[in-house]
Design a protein around this ligand. Sequence first.
Ligand code: ABC
Ligand code: CA
Length: 530
Amino acid sequence: MLRPTLLFSLLAASALAATSDQWRNRSIYQLVTDRFATPDGSSPSCDTSQRQYCGGTWKGVVNKLDYIQNMGFDAIWISPIVANVEGNTSYGEAYHGYWTQNINALNSHFGSADDLKALSDALHKRDMYLMVDVVVNHMAGTADPPNFSAFQPFSSQSNYHSECFISNYDNQTDVEQCWLGDKNVPLVDLDTEDSNIVSTMNSWVSTLVSNFSVDGVRIDTVKHVRKDFWPDFAKASGVFTIGEVLHNETGYVSAYTEVLDSVLDYPTWFPLVAAFQTTGGNLSALSATVQQAQSAYKNGEFMTGSFLENHDQPRFQSLTQDDALIRNAMTWPFVQDGVPIMYYGQEQSYGGGPDPANREALWLSGYVEDKPLVKHVQALNGARKAAISANSNYLTTAVKFLSSGSESTLAVSKPPMLALLTNGGSSSSPSWSVPSAGFIANEELVDVLTCNKLNADSNGGVSVQGSGGSPQVLMPVSSLSKSGNVCSDLATGGQASSARGWFGGAAESLPLIAAFLFASWAAQSSLIII
Ligand code: ABC
Ligand code: CA
């Protein structure tokens, strides 16, 4: 018997099964759950060097969704949610969530199952998506040899590859079958060649996604598991998958774009940081890598996660304090082909160095919205949404680098947007000369970062004199919308913002999904956990 509530849940769950197509127009705010917001709005001290839980929870995130949404983000990526090692280790507590002990229980420091569902519901009410971080590669021990019986559900030593710490990253077998971590906190490597482990992991991710109406998963340590493990795992999740492959070569990372929906674009991140962390950094290395990635990755760079910071790397603002370099570098992920991801705290000018310093408590900033970088991010998200609305091919048009007239500038074209970047620094007066910018002759343009107007020349090119080393993001005035979030006073185009609702394309396909579910329900019903 199909209970009406069950049918409703099935439909709701299927509508949540967000695909690449539903993610590509999104913009993601990455947060460390323990460090983003406390449930009662209190501001306890948080010394990152101590590596202890500081008190952030899922409830805290719910209370601060306005803050995230006001910046223009429509998805969040949270820390892993499962139960971790308890108590202290040589590297502190498991506040980051990557030290799994039991995949079938939640990390109670972050809240209850109801709290996590409430977060998911609150996001969906705002047309926002939830991305959860998942770890398949390992469980975390607190001694060497580890206490295997503490791990759930894989509590036998035979469930793991035998102990050897990865020392040679050029040996792919070592990378896949030896252990991350060290003797203090060994990341005990699961035998992901074993069919029982494979099927347990596949049904685990499927249940996790449906229990908490998750819209996408960020997969940890992807290069540490054999490639052919991933297609079935991704399929079992039923949602968009984005993998972490920490490597600087597009040739290495591209193989993983064949087995998952997408990857974090680490190969571009390395030259991105190098290009903007000092004046005179190498901009052509950045454009060269992007071009390589565009041709090497399965879907070009359209589905990659494009980022400047994350929880594993020193914050960009620990590498330079030059405000112009910072604003140029921050612009990049939003004008590039992929899905932009911004790491929490960047907007508040956090400048923590390597892990653990880069995981500051955001409550200590007071979540002030009237700040230059908060406004910068709002403009960038607004501009990207306007470009998506104005050009239905925007998200599948590859970025092109146009000749800009100097080595310290870049002209990044993705019509209707032309981003003019520079690493001259705040004391420079950059100029861009872009004879073939692709605009209409004499077209009226606006720099969406300042709302200053200018005109294309009679060939549709632009010659722009900047100041203070600032980036500019040019768009035709006609591509702005009065109902949009960027320079809307100037808008001449009247089109409504086409920022798609949460149901997006799924709404149209509901009847089809319902039919499919009816057909497959009888066979699957025992798997559905409500
Ligand atoms: C803990 C402490 C730290 C302490 C450290 C020794 O131990 O907290 O303070 O310094 C989690 C926690 C960490 C924790 C670790 C280990 O677990 O978040 O705080 O560190 O206990 C993912 C996650 C990451 C997570 C884990 C583990 C994996 O994003 O947050 O860490 O679940 C490798 C993995 C990568 C992993 C990363 C941390 O380690 O591949 O998946 N990230 C080379 C290798 C990379 C390697 C990297 C490590 O070194 O190729 O595979 O990443 O630093 C470039 C080269 C790269 C090179 C880089 C460093 O330089 O081209 O190849 O990467 O030039
Ligand atoms: Ca492994």
